[in-house]
Design a protein around this ligand. Structure first.
Ligand code: BES
Ligand code: ZN
Length: 927
């Protein structure tokens, strides 16, 4: 379907209060609600219909004032209205209903983040003591318990509120961001980040995803400041009350959730709009950065067309602004029509960017635009359904970017993301993709690798199983049926069942509602599944890993046909067509038959165990595997080694057969394994790790050289970079280090710039040498970067010196001058620094409360992730475990527990191999 032909979604948003997902009836307070939890759900007595919001931020004072006029539907007579509010001062409260105006009192419950407005008898006077009893009953009225009958009759009403708040520096709610302008002055921006539950910090609201409403936003701003929100500007005029200010009125949004509302005010510039089949698209940025916008505009235009076509539904807003915010907690946020980004995820100069950096921008832009339909138009009912949003956007992002630049082979590199998910999902501390959520902290804790990467991988598996067209048809049905509404996971399965006639729900429940994934073993010509676990299951220990899955398996003979089967409880023989194919080279495992690839094509979310003979057979035919199959073979083999179920020598022998000169992903497994060996080696063994690294990677590096070659594949620069980094660090390769140092020195002295594709790798090969003066010049470059990507490359390099003093210096920067959006990631690299990590860990403990207070909540667990590599010294690992168990995070503690289990897996690995590496490694490097 051509984009222009795509229909509008079925309902007219601004006029449809009900429709799908509309107000519930009073006796059915939370229909279809999987986990009604009164403590975290507002009563359903009153439903919002339209919010008229006026916000006036004072950037210099870092405060804001606001008014809200909220049209509501009262479902049954009551005397109170309960909404969410946090960190707000609410003053005026008035309700117009049934031709009368009632004054109200307000009672705040800070813990529950609620405000209860109580209204007395008619006549306009507030009746009753100041909210007496209101706080106590706020929770009690939830979940459908009938509220006291009172003076507010069922029917339409208008709630009027005024309030004030602070523009905080915590990167959530309504917050302030700063940047230095071209004249060197510090400038302020006021901006918002509401997901999951922080709209309540900007205006009182029903801050739950299925309380959808229309938003009409007005921003009152100083002349000279630009203002952006979800819709196009309808009207702009001088503020009659305050000279030097403007009133900017935006059009009504579609009916949508509070977490998607956005306001941005600041000395920002917008590019000229690009017309994409009638949708004006702009990039909004700090002055002087307009030249970094065209690439994102190109991706956005592609993505809008791609999704309009794929979903068969027109883009649901009236314009699309992509806004670069200098301080931003996440990568980006899918506010309808007003997507916000951190600068590195949006602003990029293709001429001076690495291919991976361009891919990152394409990924993020595509991901957020996918959400305009999947998430914004159709939204999960509650936060346990967040996986629907994020896994689907992840899946669509890869599909879209794969169409944008097919040569990037995005589905192959997606293998790395699935691997990141399986690395967590094989832990006892994993969780089901869909998981009950109550509190805001629990909601925030859901944005992890299991939601995004495992969820996205499972959807890819399903898409390949059903067929791409059938899958897309099911998605179209789903979006059309639930536009402007809210859904649970089963709604998606239903639509896919309708489209395919397959038992989608039964299969998918085994992947979504339980943790873990299987190991599919090929043994004696048949396939069987068992749960995969990095840690052997101990009696009495709890594990979230399930027992069995409905496993869609595609198998193929290397020389012949492929076949599919659904593996359930019992072992299944290989299909005869596959098992019987003969092997031309006569090197097959089964004496004459060709090696069999289980998980053919590579889209299954499971590990495969071939056993030593099967592995040897495949190792001899690596070049005949697809890149993703080859990657999976390496990743699965390494995972079994890490789990103590496979032998290291076998993996190293496999690595020795890798001759790929194109695809970086498989090499990533090899260099990752060598990195861990470097961590667990004794000082005496470390040179052997280095020698093995050179033996395994050196030839590829020589073949690729340092300079890009005309016509080389799109993924070669990334492979070159990986080889330089590994050889320059763990490999201690003197040639690579010398060449890197030469390039670094020439660039520093005004000579040719370092090729952006290998700049990060060159920096690592330089910092590995700990030369005098390099720390200072890298720091200086970080402080005066030419573009956002360069800033990040140089900042990251500051964490890679194998030197305690320099690591400590970087730690000090991380808690002072580094933006709080970046510092947690710098800390995680510092913790992962083999030499400096232990000293940094001491400081993390000392400054624990400072760090938690300073950094955005969502990054707390990410800040600690690097600690999983502190496995060289069991006493240190114990200390890390004890401290983080005694100091649990309010949000993201599950991720911390997963990190600790990975640390334990690494410690166990070290226990098996430390001191005994010499023989294994000698086999790789030769005598
Ligand atoms: N909705 C998220 C942003 C978000 C994450 C809000 C966590 C609240 C909590 C957004 O769509 C997103 O997924 N952003 C990613 C980037 C994306 C390309 C994976 C991010 O910010 O990392
Ligand atoms: Zn997302």
């Amino acid at each position: 379907m051509a984009p222009g032909d795509a229909p509008l979604p079925p309902a007219d948003p601004a006029t449809t209060a009900g429709g799908d997902g509309g107000p519930a009836t009073p006796d059915d307070p939370t229909p279809d609600d999987p986990t009604p939890d009164a403590a975290f759900r507002l009563p359903r007595t009153v439903e919002p219909v339209t919010y008229r919001l006026t916000l006036a931020p004072d950037l210099e004072a870092a405060t804001f004032t606001g008014t809200a006029e909220i049209e509501v539907e009262v479902r049954q007579d009551t005397d109170r209205i309960v909404v969410n509010a946090a960190d707000l001062d609410i003053s005026g409260v008035e309700l117009a209903c049934g031709g009368r105006r009632l004054a109200g009192t307000v009672a705040l419950d800070d813990e529950a983040e609620r405000a209860t407005f109580t209204f007395g008898a008619a006549g306009g006077a507030a009746v009753g003591a100041t909210g007496e009893g209101a706080v106590g009953t706020a929770g009690g009225a939830a979940g459908g318990a009938p509220a006291d009958a009172g003076p507010i009759p069922a029917g339409p009403a208008t709630l009027r509120l005024s309030f004030t708040g602070v523009l905080n520096d915590k990167l959530r709610g309504f917050y302030r961001s700063t940047f230095t302008d071209q004249a060197g002055a510090t400038r302020m921006i006021a901006t918002t980040q509401f997901e999951s539950t922080d709209a309540r910090r900007a205006f009182p609201c029903w801050d739950e995803p299925d309380r959808k409403a229309v938003f009409e936003v007005t921003l009152v701003v100083d002349d000279g400041l630009a203002a952006f929100s979800n819709s196009a500007v309808m009207e702009e005029s001088a503020d009659p009350d305050a000279p030097g200010r403007r009133v900017v009125r935006f059009g009504p949004t579609m009916k949508m959730s509070t977490y998607l509302v956005a306001f941005v005010v600041g000395p920002l510039e917008a590019t000229d709009p690009v017309d994409v089949d009638g949708v004006p698209v702009r990039v909004v940025h700090a002055p002087g950065k307009g030249h970094l916008a065209p690439y994102a505009l190109e991706v956005a235009a592609h993505s809008l067309r791609f999704f309009t076509d794929y979903f068969g539904i027109r883009y649901p807003a009236d314009k699309l602004d992509l806004v670069a915010i200098p301080d931003f907690a996440f990568g980006a946020m899918e506010n309808l029509g007003c997507v916000t980004f951190r600068e590195t995820a949006l602003l990029v100069d293709p001429a001076s960017a690495a291919r991976t950096e361009l891919e990152r921008v394409a990924d993020v832009v595509a991901h957020e635009i996918a959400h305009m339909w999947f998430g914004d138009l159709v939204t999960m009912k509650w936060w346990e359904g967040i996986w629907l949003n994020e896994a689907f956007a992840t899946f669509m992002e890869v599909l879209c970017v794969d169409a944008f630049r097919p040569a990037w082979r995005r589905w192959v590199s997606f293998g790395l993301e699935r691997e990141a998910a399986l690395a967590v999902d094989g832990l006892a501390a994993t969780r089901p993709v869909e998981y009950p959520v109550g509190s805001p902290e629990e909601a925030d804790g859901m944005f992890d690798v299991l939601t995004y990467q495992k969820g996205g991988s499972v959807l890819r598996m399903l898409e390949q199983y059903l067929g791409a067209d059938t899958f897309r048809d099911g998605v179209r049905r789903y979006l059309r049926a639930h536009s402007y509404g809210n859904t649970v996971t089963a709604d998606l399965w239903q639509a896919l069942e309708d489209a395919s006639g397959e038992p989608v729900r039964a299969v998918m429940d085994s992947w979504i509602l339980q943790g873990g994934h299987p190991l599919v073993a090929l043994d004696g010509g048949s396939l069987a599944q068992q749960p995969f676990a990095y840690t052997p299951k101990r009696a009495g220990a709890t594990s979230a890993i399930g027992d069995r899955w409905e496993v869609p398996v595609l198998v193929r003979s290397l020389d012949g046909p492929s076949d599919r089967l659904l593996l359930q409880d019992d072992p299944v023989p290989l299909p005869a067509s596959v098992a019987g194919a003969t092997d031309g080279s006569a090197a097959g495992a089964g004496g004459g038959s060709a090696p069999v690839v289980v998980n053919a094509g590579g889209w299954g979310v499971y590990r495969v165990g071939y056993g030593p003979d099967g592995l040897t057979a495949l190792a001899g035919r690596l070049a005949d595997l697809d890149p993703l199959e080859r990657f999976n073979l390496f990743a699965d083999t390494w995972a079994l080694v890490l789990a103590g179920q496979g032998d290291l020598d076998g993996f190293l022998a496999l690595a020795g057969r890798l001759s790929d000169r194109e695809d970086p992903s498989t090499w990533t497994v090899v260099s990752g394994a060598l990195g861990l060996l470097d961590r667990v080696a004794t000082d005496a063994e470390r040179p052997a790790v280095a020698a093995a690294t050179r033996a395994l990677l050196g030839a590829a590096a020589v073949d690729l050289g340092w300079e890009p070659r005309p016509g080389e594949g799109e993924r070669v620069p990334t492979l070159r970079s990986l080889l330089v980094a590994a050889l320059g660090t763990v490999g201690a390769d003197q040639d690579v280090r010398a060449e890197a140092a030469g390039r670094f020195d020439r660039a520093r002295d005004g000579g040719p710039a370092i090729d952006p594709d290998i700049e990060s790798a060159v920096l690592q090969a330089v910092t590995a040498q700990v030369r005098d003066g390099d720390y200072e010049s890298i720091l200086a470059r970080y402080r005066q970067p030419a573009n956002p990507q360069e800033e990040l490359r140089y900042l990251s390099a500051l964490a890679t010196f194998p030197d305690v003093d320099r690591c400590v210096a970087t730690f000090d920067l991380a808690v002072t001058e580094v933006r709080t959006q970046n510092a947690p990631y710098l800390l995680t690299s510092l913790l992962a620094n083999r030499v400096g990590g232990p000293a940094v860990w001491e400081r993390v403990k000392e400054q624990w409360t400072v760090l938690l207070d300073r950094f955005p909540v969502n990054s707390h667990s990410r800040m600690l992730d690097g600690a999983r590599t502190l496995c060289g010294d069991p006493a240190l690992a114990d200390d890390v475990t004890r401290f983080l168990t005694d100091h649990p995070l309010r949000s993201g503690q599950r991720s911390v527990e997963q990190m600790l289990e990975r640390l334990a897996v690494n410690v166990a690995f070290a226990g098996r191999h430390r001191g005994g590496l010499g023989r294994s490694l000698a086999a790789v490097s030769g005598p």
